[in-house]
Design a protein around this ligand. Structure first.
Ligand SMILES: Nc1ncnc2c1ncn2[C@@H]1O[C@H](COP(=O)(O)OP(=O)(O)OP(=O)(O)O)[C@@H](O)[C@H]1O
Ligand SMILES: [Mg+2]
Length: 233
């Protein structure tokens, strides 16, 4: 579904991603792990077209994305739930969800809003409230729900569990597993390596812009170097 080859990016003259190669197959949950500043957000921004690569290629369903602008990538089926949630705080929960569907012209939008409420019942209860009334965890659910409203084939999630209580973290990861069953492919950036690897089919570890480990979720969980650096074990 997604294939990244030899990707290099810069901010000005500062090199961030260095020869990143990565693949996400249809139906997988792939976890992208790494310390602060490793380049995880930069990679997601590059995939969704918010940051231009210096070199390398990104192919989505076999087609190169180089010339596809960010707003058209969503139409191709790539949705991005950004770091820090970035919900539209003055707008209602429901309007936030509807904005996630702003490029759609089909008549399935109302049904998909209901589908998000079925997945996150608390959002249904708060549908008329403004997003600023939501807790951090509820805003995270809203950010994921808004991304789902684009009917993505590939969902990019940047730190969905950041700052959430353990119970909510479990709930978010359960939803990711459910989405995989429903046919959504997921690339999830996480600092919570244990939670992410326990549901991920495969994972990649990014260290100062380079992929340094890759393997199945289970093999990375068992890898002493990964355990030492990212699980504190
Ligand atoms: N807009 C920017 N301009 C210049 N440098 C940037 C910019 N955004 C990020 N960087 C730098 O690029 C590097 C990678 O940042 P990035 O945000 O991709 O890391 P990250 O892995 O997502 O980190 P975190 O875990 O803190 O979210 C860091 O050194 C960061 O300081
Ligand atoms: Mg980040």
């Amino acid at each position: 579904m997604l294939r990244v080859d030899g990707l290099c990016t810069f901010y000005g003259r500062v090199s961030v991603l260095k020869d990143v190669n990565l693949e996400v197959k249809k139906g997988e949950i792939v976890a992208l792990l790494g310390a602060n500043g490793a380049g995880k957000t930069t990679l997601l921004h590059t995939l969704s077209g918010l940051h231009a690569p210096a070199s390398g290629s990104i192919r989505f369903q076999g087609e190169p994305l180089d010339k596809v602008k960010a707003h058209l990538r969503i139409a191709l089926g790539i949705a991005h739930s950004p770091e820090g949630r970035q919900v539209f705080k003055p707008l209602s929960v429901e309007d936030n969800l509807r904005l996630g569907a702003y490029r759609r012209r089909d008549d399935g939008i109302a049904a998909d809003v209901d589908h998000v409420y079925a997945m996150f019942p608390v959002l249904g209860q708060m549908r008329r409230r403004t997003a600023s009334d939501l807790s951090g965890g509820q805003q995270q659910m809203l950010a994921i729900g808004r991304a789902l409203m684009g009917k993505p084939r590939l969902l990019l999630l940047d730190e969905p569990s950041l700052g959430l209580a353990p119970l909510l973290i479990d709930q978010i990861f359960e939803v990711l597993a459910k989405l995989r069953e429903q046919g959504v492919t997921i690339l999830v950036v996480e600092q919570n390596a244990a939670a992410a690897l326990s549901i991920a089919d495969r994972g990649y570890v990014l260290e100062t812009g380079r992929i340094v480990h890759t393997g199945t979720g289970a093999s990375l969980l068992a890898d002493p170097a990964v355990r030492n650096a990212y699980l504190g074990i």
